[in-house]
Write a protein that binds this ligand. Structure first.
Ligand SMILES: [Zn+2]
Ligand SMILES: [Zn+2]
Length: 190
């Protein structure tokens, strides 16, 4: 199943959102940090710019991080809970440069509810399409960032937060080269 464009956009935002919390320092510590993140992600609608809003958003982030690696049943439960708690009401809209896509709350609903329903609806699509394999964790040993694999051949292994792919590439190259240099030469046959 091919995921809809608004689904992949929402999943990309959700992965970036979760990954703001995996490094140190956390990159969502202030309302200004949150503004910057939402602008980067072109997330529209109202914002309170309060610490309460930030706290609610960070709570949502922790929930989504758990769901990203949950099994199907736990993911479905989590998605339903997010949709229920936000009193989601799906509406199809188009605005700005976005074609037809779903909104599940009004633009005036609290930010965390709008972020929750957007992520939850996208995760519902992932479940419906049997595409859970697209949600993962970075393969680099010292990294716990989440990954979203949108490649055709399911080849994504590393996160987008830093340099994990390059770093691992260099590491495995060095390991291979070291292995070649220390391994005994094959004995010559008689
Ligand atoms: Zn929209
Ligand atoms: Zn990584």
């Amino acid at each position: 199943m091919v995921l809809a464009h608004d689904t992949t956009a929402a999943l990309t935002t959700a992965a970036a959102f979760i990954n703001t919390g995996v490094g140190s320092p956390d990159t969502l510590r202030t309302p200004a940090d949150l503004d910057r993140f939402l602008d980067e992600q072109q997330f529209s609608g109202s914002r309170a710019h309060t610490l309460g809003e930030l706290r609610a958003v960070r709570h949502l982030r922790a929930l989504l991080a758990q769901l990203w690696t949950a099994d199907e049943v736990a993911l479905a439960d989590g998605v339903n809970q997010l949709l229920r708690n936000s009193r989601a009401l799906p509406q199809v809209l188009r605005h700005d440069n976005w074609g037809w896509h779903l909104h599940c709350t009004s633009p005036a609903a609290p930010l965390e509810e709008r972020m929750a329903t957007e992520a939850a609806m996208a995760l519902a699509d992932v479940l419906r399409g049997g595409e859970l394999g697209r949600l993962g964790i970075c393969d680099a040993p010292d990294c716990s960032a989440v990954t979203l694999d949108l490649t055709r051949n399911r080849s994504k292994r590393y996160c987008d937060t830093g340099n994990c792919g390059n770093r691992e590439h260099v590491r495995s190259y060095r390991t291979r080269r070291a292995g070649r240099e220390t391994s005994p030469r094959p004995a010559k046959g008689p």
